[in-house]
Design a binder for this molecule. Structure first.
Ligand SMILES: C[S@@+](CC[C@H](N)C(=O)[O-])C[C@H]1O[C@@H](n2cnc3c(N)ncnc32)[C@H](O)[C@@H]1O
Length: 253
């Protein structure tokens, strides 16, 4: 075996092992430690913010997705809530995260993308017409600040990019299959401003039998390809990275 193929072999084995064993991407180590040390404080502080605690009391929700979204956003943005003015959300479901964003970031407008059909991950038994109606009722009070873009993300995201939308924060939380998570990420990253924050949910979601089909493979791969363009700032079930200024991997030697 040549030196080159033995390095390649070891790299592939390492990547495969990482995908199987649940060892997180090394870029996340510090962010994950920081998150672990501060999460309880963030939960406590959030419990004192009346408009946040009102969300679950006043909304119509059947599921709690992204349970750590609120404390991790608080960890990252507590002193900068008013500086976030534009948000892209991919995956809205009943609007629980949409409403959180619109509430926690009072100056932000939110573009939210959902096909309201579950993609390929969800049970066909959900009544999606009723679910979409519930989303509409839940976000009605944010009319003017929340815009629903109904459709497949691969169709909607290029349109938003073509319309030159840009965002301070982007949340990727739609289909879990590697290809979908990766494509959603590519568009979200392209539209994210420098200094903006990208959030992925489901780093620890492992329902596909083949590990490389799960969202984490897409997240790790994206972080590998774009190393040097971001700093990891929080990590648990969700991963937060900040886009650095003036970096671009697309450089030819
Ligand atoms: C996990 S849920 C989103 C949960 C929501 N962010 C929250 O925290 O309450 C995923 C949503 O993504 C939508 N979805 C899945 N694949 C999609 C795709 N390719 N394009 C658009 N929406 C999609 C589903 O219809 C579903 O409503």
């Amino acid at each position: 075996m040549s030196y080159f193929s033995s390095v390649l072999y070891r790299l592939r084995r390492h990547q495969k092992k990482r995908a199987f064993t649940g060892v997180r991407h090394s870029a996340l180590d510090r962010a994950a430690d920081y998150t672990r040390r501060n999460i309880d404080r963030c939960k406590k502080e959030l419990a004192e913010i009346a408009e946040i605690t009102a969300i679950d009391r006043e909304g119509e929700f059947t599921s709690i997705y992204s349970s750590l979204l609120r404390p991790l956003c608080h960890l990252v943005f507590s002193k900068k809530r008013k500086e976030v003015r534009s948000i892209l959300e991919i995956g809205a479901f009943e609007g629980r995260s949409t409403i959180f964003f619109a509430t926690y970031f009072p100056e932000a407008r939110v573009d939210t993308v959902d096909g309201f059909d579950g993609g390929s991950d969800f049970s066909r038994e959900i009544d999606w017409a009723e679910l979409e109606a519930r989303f509409d009722r839940n976000v009605a009070r944010f009319q003017g600040r929340v815009t629903k873009h109904k459709g497949f993300s691969r169709i909607i995201l290029p349109r938003l990019e073509a319309a030159r939308r840009s965002y301070d924060l982007a949340f990727v939380d739609a289909n879990h299959f590697h290809d979908d998570a990766y494509i959603d990420t590519v568009f979200a990253w392209a539209m994210l401003r420098e200094g903006g924050v990208l959030i992925w949910d489901d780093y620890t979601w492992f329902s596909y039998k083949r590990p490389l089909c799960n969202p984490r493979a897409a997240i790790d791969r994206f972080m590998d390809v774009h190393a040097g363009e971001y700093e990891a700032i929080a990590a648990a079930q969700l991963v937060f990275i900040r886009k650095l200024n003036g970096t671009e991997s697309r450089i030819i030697d």
